[in-house]
Design a protein around this ligand. Structure first.
Ligand SMILES: [Zn+2]
Length: 301
């Protein structure tokens, strides 16, 4: 029995949690997975209280969250007052963000906070499953801290995909200005960020073994069907519908993502395969990337 748990696991859908760094393709992987029957994506749901219910961001479906058919129904079903929304935002923040990882990994949060975290997520996931009819929910909140907290809350129901991206691709992605998304990072900031988050991901994959599947962004964008096949065999979730959509050059839909990459604003998404990240990086950055590549190799991520 988990110290976090307070809701019987049979009430919950299966939760596939996508753990990854910023700009590593977590949103596109979520869209791929959630375009098969019985699978629902909830985006970076750790931010749903802040971005959705407090700031009133627009959902990928085109409606404000207060009018979105999914998120307005979830709020009604969970009977959340404004005070509940505010405390939910604080609670989720406590178990997310990269800086929270050491404390969460060491189990330092008070017992009542762990129980509240499990209760709140249990209610949220159950409400999404009830409304959508999904047996599997994709949560692409990315943070390693939340991965551990969810795994401790619902050990029988959570599976984790660890999505990593090549250092050169990440360096290039973080150098670009990106309005309304994560801010650009310098070479040094990207290096420190990478060393830290990859160490967190290694701890999670070491701790949870076969319940963690390591996937590389480069493999997803170059050969999505093979990547989906691996995820299907590992998770047992039928993803054949998405593979057929990609093979026939059809359109994917973003569902009800509130926080995630800006591609969520496209009503119809056509998946474009692409090759290796070929970044034209300057010399000091190239040396840093070589060190990051060695680090990735040592960590086996
Ligand atoms: Zn929506």
């Amino acid at each position: 029995m988990s110290e976090y748990r307070s809701i019987p696991s049979e009430k919950l859908p299966r939760i596939i949690y996508i753990m990854g760094s910023g700009r590593s393709g977590t949103t596109i992987l979520e869209v791929l997975l959630s375009n098969s029957p019985g699978v629902a994506g909830v985006g970076e749901v750790t931010h749903i209280f802040r971005d959705g219910y407090i700031n009133g961001d627009v959902c990928a479906c085109g409606s404000d969250v207060s009018e979105c058919e999914l998120w307005s129904t979830v709020r009604r079903q969970c009977d959340w007052s404004d005070a509940d929304i505010s405390s939910g935002e604080k609670l989720f923040r406590r178990f997310s963000w990269h800086s929270k990882f050491p404390g969460v990994a060491m189990g330092l949060a008070p017992a009542n906070a762990k129980k509240e975290f499990a209760d709140l997520n249990g209610k949220l996931f159950s409400a999404v499953a009830k409304h959508s009819g999904a047996h599997t929910i994709i949560d692409s909140s990315k943070y390693a801290a939340r991965a551990i907290a969810l795994m401790r809350s619902f050990p029988d129901d959570v599976m984790i995909i660890c999505l990593t991206r090549s250092p050169s691709g990440l360096m290039q992605a973080f150098s670009k200005p990106n309005k309304n998304e994560q801010k650009p990072k310098s070479t040094l900031a990207t290096f420190i960020y990478y060393i830290y988050v990859m160490a967190c991901f290694r701890v999670v994959s070491w701790r949870y073994g076969r319940r963690v599947l390591k996937i590389r962004y480069e493999d997803v964008v170059s050969d999505p069907c093979t990547a989906l096949d691996r995820i299907e065999r590992w998770s047992g979730v039928d993803l054949s519908a998405t593979r057929e959509t990609i093979s026939s050059d059809g359109f994917l839909e973003p569902g009800h993502i509130v926080t995630g990459n800006r591609l969520r604003y496209q009503k119809k998404i056509r998946f474009r395969r692409s090759g290796e990240d070929r970044a034209a990086l300057r010399m000091p950055t190239r040396i840093v990337v070589m060190i990051m590549n060695a680090y990735r190799f040592i960590l086996q991520l």
